[in-house]
Ligand binder design. Structure first.
Ligand code: ADP
Ligand code: MG
Length: 265
């Protein structure tokens, strides 16, 4: 469903060159939930923007559903980190969700049904008439997820979507994303700097080095599909996997030319 081959991205201009992506090769099967984890500034957002057709790679190829990406592909939705900036404050919640459906040419009656179903899927059935700024951060991010679901994407890209919410809300949203993924069966590429989050959510975790970024490892997460915030996170296998990923990143950090790693996004 997703094919990334020898992807490189160098930002240029005014004499300063930043090699954000060194050489990324990655395949994601139809319906798979893959988390990409890497230190802050290693190029995670750059990677998603290239996959989403929002940024042209310096070299290499990206294919979604077998088609080369030259612009935003059909059937692909992105949920960004800054929910505050991704929803239109002058539109009500329902209108925010409906907008991309309008441009897709879906008739009014089905639009309204899809909006209602999407809001229900994120437990916000009553929030349709509210404005985004009347909602908490976690609720706004649920609206952004509802908007992505409404689009019925085959592929969903998520860029550190929970970095700005509190820990309890974050746990709820993680479970929501797993539920939505199971129910709608889309292919999920979820980017985070949080190792525990990556291991908790993914069927596979792709570990990135710091820049110039490469894939350090692609690790199958052999935890039961039914994940639980308390049980899964205290599972011996979970601890083993997250410790392994942590060690990988630490090692890369020591070896790489840029050793700065922070926990901030
Ligand atoms: P991450 O999402 O992993 O934190 P980014 O993809 O945002 O990393 O950035 C990767 C690197 O590319 C960073 O060094 C960042 O400063 C640089 N970068 C990102 N966007 C631009 C841009 N538009 N112009 C120049 N450099 C950029
Ligand atoms: Mg980022």
């Amino acid at each position: 469903m997703l094919e990334i081959r020898s992807l490189r991205k160098t930002y240029g201009g005014q004499g300063r060159q930043v090699e954000a992506l060194g050489d990324i090769t990655l395949t994601v099967d139809d319906g798979q939930f893959v988390c990409v984890v890497g230190p802050s500034g290693c190029g995670k957002t750059t990677l998603l923007r290239c996959v989403g057709g929002l940024l042209t790679p310096t070299s290499g190829e990206v294919e979604v559903g077998g088609k080369p990406v030259t612009g935003p592909p059909d059937g692909l939705a992105i949920v960004f980190q800054e929910y505050g900036r991704s929803l239109f404050p002058w539109l009500r919640v329902a209108e925010n969700i409906e907008l991309p459906l309008k441009s897709k040419g879906i008739p009014r009656a089905s639009r309204q049904q899809i909006v209602a179903e999407s809001l229900a899927a994120v437990d916000l059935a009553d929030a349709g008439r509210a404005y985004p700024w009347q909602l908490s951060g976690g609720m706004q991010q649920r609206v952004a997820i509802a908007r992505a679901i409404a689009f019925q994407p085959k592929v969903m890209l998520m860029d550190e979507p929970f970095a700005a919410v509190d820990a309890q809300t974050r746990a709820d949203l993680e479970d929501l994303v797993r539920t939505v993924w199971k129910r709608f069966g889309m292919t999920m590429l979820f980017v985070t700097h949080d190792i525990d989050e990556a291991v908790y959510l993914g069927e596979r975790v792709v570990v990135l080095s710091s820049s110039p970024t490469r894939v350090l490892e692609s690790l199958d997460i052999d935890l039961p599909a039914d994940r639980d915030q308390l049980k899964t996170r205290s599972d011996a296998r979970f601890v083993e996997l997250r410790t392994h990923v942590y060690a990988q990143i630490q090692q890369a950090k020591g070896a790489g030319p840029h050793s700065a790693i922070t926990t901030a996004s």
